[in-house]
Design a protein around this ligand. Structure first.
Ligand code: CUA
Length: 338
């Protein structure tokens, strides 16, 4: 999956977002990757076939009515025989009320069943992950494992995981189309969902509640790993950041504090403990920057540090004034944080 996007590609993507999400399997609820999404996909297909059948029947009746009307010369509304009127009102009653009522009843019952199937409560205590929406990024905490990450959720494949959702500012909404239905993230409240990814893989997620200027650039990935790889990932994430190894990295760390990066971005194992922006303890191990908007590589990270607003206008992160040598030292230090 390629996250690299040039300005033109980005414009094209935002313009054709709906179109592309319809074509791309990465964001398709019709390509379910777990039991909750399978239940949702079944419901979508049921609605599609029911709606299709109703459309065909109604179109047929409409065509018949037009055709019949043309065959009749000089129609006179008052000339309808009482027997025909009786047939007509029965038809209206059955076709206009009873049949739609039955169809809606079926859809309602199946929807309720789907809603019950989606949380899939399981006997075992699932891994708990807390996801907090921010304008415009995702804080991802593993409270029982003692670390915090951002914009990327890792889970073990084939095992149920509980996700606890809330927001630090406005209402956001959490959706991984291939894994579950949409759940709101509400400030001061917690919503829970349980998901399972049947197969290892990378699943894309998006914010689906308009949350301000950069709502469209609020994305994340969920990485489902084979359980053993997940355990190894977990062990690495629980480690604090290593101390600087080279003079350049040391200079970079000094700059990190001198320029005030630490006031917003925590790095475990150092005195940096800010919580306004993403935790950077393992920034170098993450796939993307700016909540899924650009690839995480040295060049993009440098651009982001110097002027985040040209990439994502309106973010809290301020522009920074670094000389080229200073920037390279800072990037050397951040590349250590794997
Ligand atoms: Cu967060 Cu839209």
């Amino acid at each position: 999956m390629a996250f690299r996007r040039t300005g033109r590609q980005a414009a094209l993507l935002s313009g054709c977002g709906l179109l592309l999400s319809g074509c791309s399997q990465a964001l398709s609820p019709l390509a379910p990757g777990g039991p909750a999404a399978s239940a949702v996909a079944d419901l979508i297909w049921l609605l599609f076939w029911l709606g299709g059948a109703v459309f065909i029947v109604v179109s047929g009746l409409l065509a018949y009515a037009i055709w019949h009307r043309r065959q009749t010369e000089e129609p006179n509304p008052s000339a309808v025989a009482p027997a025909d009127a009786g047939v007509g009102s029965r038809f209206v009653l059955i076709g206009g009320a009873v049949l739609p009522g039955l169809i809606l009843l079926v859809v309602w019952a199946v929807s309720l069943q789907t809603m019950r199937a989606v949380p899939q409560p399981s006997g075992q205590e699932p891994l708990q992950i807390q996801v907090i929406g921010h304008q415009w990024w995702w804080e991802v905490a593993y409270p029982r494992k003692g670390f915090i990450s951002a914009n990327e959720i890792h889970i073990p494949a084939g095992q149920p995981v509980e996700i606890v959702l809330t927001s630090a500012d406005v209402i956001h909404s959490f959706w991984i189309p291939r894994l579950h239905g949409i759940v709101d993230m509400i400030p001061g409240d917690e919503n829970r969902l349980q998901i399972t990814a049947d197969e290892p893989g990378v699943y894309r997620g998006e914010c689906t509640e308009y949350c301000g200027l950069q709502h469209a650039k609020m994305m994340f990935v969920l990485v489902a790993l084979p359980p053993q790889e997940f355990d190894a990932w977990l062990a690495r994430q629980q480690q604090p950041a290593p101390p600087p190894q080279t003079a350049s990295q040391q200079q970079g760390q000094n700059l990190y504090f001198a320029k005030g990066c630490d006031e917003c971005h925590a790095i475990a194992g150092t005195a940096a403990s800010g919580r306004l922006g993403p935790d950077l303890t393992h920034i170098a191990s993450r796939r993307t920057l700016a909540a899924g908007w650009i690839d995480n590589n040295r060049e993009n990270l440098g651009d982001w540090i110097l002027n985040p607003h040209t990439i994502k206008s309106g973010v809290l992160m301020p522009a920074n004034d670094y000389s080229e040598a200073e920037l390279q030292a800072l990037l050397d230090y951040l590349s250590l944080l794997e």
